[in-house]
Design a binder for this molecule. Sequence first.
Ligand code: NAD
Ligand code: DAU
Length: 352
Amino acid sequence: MSILVTGGAGFIGSNFVLDWLADSEETVINLDKLTYAGNLQNLESLNGDGRHVFVRGDIGDQVLVSRLLEEYRPRAVLNFAAESHVDRSILGPDEFVQTNIVGTFRLLEAVRAYWNALDGDAKTDFRLLHVSTDEVYGTLNASEPAFTEEHQYQPNSPYSASKAASDHLVRSYFHTYGLPVVTTNCSNNYGPYHFPEKLIPLIIHNALAGSALPIYGDGQQVRDWLYVSDHCAAIRAVLAGGRLGETYNIGGWNEKPNIEVVRTLCTILDELSPAETGKSYLEQITFVKDRPGHDRRYAIDAGKIERELGWKPAETFETGIRKTVEWYLANQAWVKNITSGQYLEWVEAQYS
Ligand code: NAD
Ligand code: DAU
């Protein structure tokens, strides 16, 4: 038995592959294009492990995907592959349309042909799990209830619009062709192997480097933070028991304003790795120009997945954020290796 994971060298995908193989003998075929965000160092501990087959390639390459499906005959396909950074989508939406929309469409076509040719239990048991985001629901004001699965899609950035389009395509393949799909919409993840263009790893990196800690706008935007291994556990639960054609919201019940997240990181860093200057990292906080179209608040009602599948997050924000800081302090070589080349060009374009 095997599963095909796309985007398994990225932040969440690599955590998913590592967690999966820590607990299963089932082979993972890992298809990843290795964009700037894909990093095989995340999977170094699997070198020489026959249960992990890495293939560099594009989900939009239908011939390649079809060949992999025929060769490995997976019982499920989990689609993590995407362009994932909102700020990048604002500076250049092209790749987001190509991968998140066209790529998902090509993947669906390859999977549909493969699934059509299956029979018996292999056909009945097959699943396509599409990993998506809470950003498709748009933004909330302070008093509105958290997003349920029934919330209207109102994406506000090129990133969230491209993810919304991919969700709609996946849904349509269930209703039109009967493809056995299930979609997850998750809130903001954090944890090991998070690329330091996103808020939490960027703040840890900049703090230790003695650089400014950029807060967009007034810093009062709210995100609902979930430790990445909890997201991976939720995806395993949905793969095992999610109802076909359904969507499942995943979140940590951890709404925090950005400024509070950054202050918490500074306080933990002051304790675990005090600056040589003797000053608090809090002094590096700098308010900068806001992100265009910046969504004010995301909040996930994760009641459905809890009721139907018994999933609940294991980490609180307090335990998860401390583990995360400890991981980054212990893995400075990982950070150093990726904070070069393309990454620096990106930082220059974004923050100059
Ligand atoms: P990431 O940017 O860290 O990783 C994306 C991975 O996909 C990279 O390894 C990249 O090389 C690969 N990739 C990109 N384009 C590809 C293509 N055309 N073909 C094959 N591989 C390709 O992203 P992430 O944060 O790990 O997010 C993974 C998924 O989870 C995405 O679909 C994202 O929308 C969703 N998601 C992310 C979060 C979050 O907080 N990070 C929350 C909810 C949902
Ligand atoms: O909600 C789920 C989404 O969470 C995922 O779908 C996306 O793939 C993921 O990137 C993330 O999107 P956000 O835009 O919420 O994450 P980001 O880390 O970029 O920003 C978190 C918040 O912090 C957001 O309100 C913007 C703010 N921010 C971000 C950066 C990079 C800053 O204030 N300063 C910064 O330098």
